[in-house]
Design a protein around this ligand. Structure first.
Ligand SMILES: [Zn+2]
Length: 87
């Protein structure tokens, strides 16, 4: 399982760097390759995370940067990486 500090809070995609820093409080303001959320912006609160996730899924859960999408990608499996408190 992905270290939860490295998982996008919205979609669960593993990031190269922890989206909210090693202390989980210092957002990188990078964009998630998968859902396109900006860390430290739309994932500021549980409400905004759920809201962004719902809209992203409703639009078809498309990868923001398609070239990084793994061949065997599964939305369901990836969602399991989302830390419990942000589901
Ligand atoms: Zn994401």
């Amino acid at each position: 399982m992905t270290n939860e500090f490295y998982a996008c809070r919205v979609c669960g995609a593993e990031q190269l760097d922890p989206p909210w820093g090693e202390d989980d409080q210092t957002p990188t303001y990078e964009i998630c390759d998968c859902c396109g959320v900006e860390f430290g912006y739309e994932d500021m609160s549980v409400e905004s995370i759920k809201d962004y996730r719902q809209k992203w899924v409703e639009r078809g859960a498309n990868w923001f940067r398609k070239k990084y999408k793994p061949e065997d990608w599964s939305l369901e499996n990836q969602f399991q990486n989302i830390p419990e408190q942000y589901r």
